[in-house]
Design a protein around this ligand. Structure first.
Ligand code: SAM
Ligand code: SF4
Length: 332
């Protein structure tokens, strides 16, 4: 008999798992990582590909059908295509996707495609080398662009470009990013800056809101028309340009939280289950995976985590508690 789906106390059915494969990264975006003195998890604390695969088999039997690999930077983990292939073959998994900064994508795009990767989201905040360096605290724009074009060349379609929307930095980037995306058949998405930076400098004033972004795009490029989403659980609100090609998505977790339609669960690189990006609690799957637990015990742990999920993240509430971990340690 098929185990029951992962439904939380608010009726949200969880079908989407984000798996972080590492907390390491080859750049240092200020909205995510500290600049230096980072204490990465020792390698033996990270789940092996076999442990990740077993976890995915267990949740797939409870209705999870989409996996997104993230990090840290997932492509710094050796042999990532091997994991992609393993997960794509798990019964019930319809889609294995990847979020990457694309610095290493040119060298791995063909192997990823061949392994069965379905979708790619690429993070790109700026097309100006100086601004790229200011945000990432490293160079690398040329490599990112090479990665995007290599991915298109090996046949990845519907690639999404994600930019974090930062007030005072992103405004001059908006039009060039949208035009670049339109020219190259990519979908541009803007994500409001969330309080998950390692330096703890986030405040509301630094968020360039989705509303403001839309005003800039409509004033400088042209009117947008809302699109009906193919996936009602997706965090982005999508628009098409009224004239010409191109789609734009806005992910507005700060000004328009979408928690009521969240269907996502997370597994950190060292095997902790989280029911929310902003969760202050974790459930230790690694201990079970390495301690001889049965699949039923693992499934129970995941159910406990889903059962404890809160109605929303509460970023805008006085009682909001920032999680003890930053984005690179959770998996965005
Ligand atoms: N390294 C990969 C990358 O950058 O695409 C994957 C991991 S990264 C943590 C996943 C996504 O989270 C990226 O698109 C990144 O821009 C976004 N992100 C990181 N910190 C953020 C923050 N504080 N607020 C909003 N988005 C953030
Ligand atoms: Fe690395 Fe991605 Fe975090 Fe940037 S957002 S520091 S690329 S993990």
């Amino acid at each position: 008999m098929m185990p029951a789906p992962l439904v939380d106390a608010f009726g949200r059915v969880h079908t989407n798992l984000r798996v972080s494969v590492t907390d390491r990264c080859n750049i240092r975006c200020f909205y995510c990582m500290p600049a230096e003195n980072i204490r990465f998890k020792p390698r033996d604390e990270l789940l092996t590909f076999e442990e990740i695969e077993r976890f995915v088999r267990v949740v797939a039997a409870m209705g999870v059908d989409k996996i997104r690999l993230t990090g840290g930077e997932p492509l710094v983990r050796h042999d990532l295509p091997v994991l992609v292939r393993k997960l794509a073959e798990v019964p019930g998994i319809r889609e294995v996707a990847l979020t990457t900064n694309a610095l290493l994508l040119a060298e791995h795009a063909a192997a990823l495609k061949e392994a069965g990767l379905s979708r790619l989201n690429i993070s790109l905040d700026s097309l100006e080398p100086e601004t790229f360096r200011r945000i990432a605290r490293r160079d690398g724009l040329d490599k990112v662009l090479a990665g995007i074009f290599a991915a298109q060349k090996v046949g990845f379609a519907s690639i999404k470009l994600n930019a974090v929307a930062l007030r005072g930095i992103t405004e001059p980037e908006v039009v060039p990013l949208c035009q670049f995306a339109r020219r190259h058949g990519l979908e541009m998405r803007f994500i409001e800056f969330m309080p998950l930076d390692a330096d703890g400098n986030w405040d509301n004033e630094q968020v360039l809101t989705g509303g403001r972004l839309r005003e800039i795009i409509e004033a400088e490029i042209g009117p947008l028309v809302p699109l009906v989403s193919e996936d009602p659980a997706q965090p982005a609100t999508d628009y098409a340009f009224a004239e010409g090609e191109g789609r734009i998505g806005f992910i507005n977790p700060v000004t328009q939280p979408f928690c009521h339609r969240c269907n996502r669960l997370r597994l950190t690189a060292e095997g902790q289950v989280r029911n929310c990006l902003f969760s202050t609690e974790e459930w230790d799957a690694r201990q079970l995976l390495r301690g001889g637990a049965s699949d039923e015990q693992l499934a129970l742990l995941v159910r406990e985590s889903v059962g404890a999920k809160k109605a929303g993240h509460g970023i805008n509430s006085d009682k909001f508690l920032k999680p003890g971990r930053a984005m690179y340690q959770i998996g965005g």
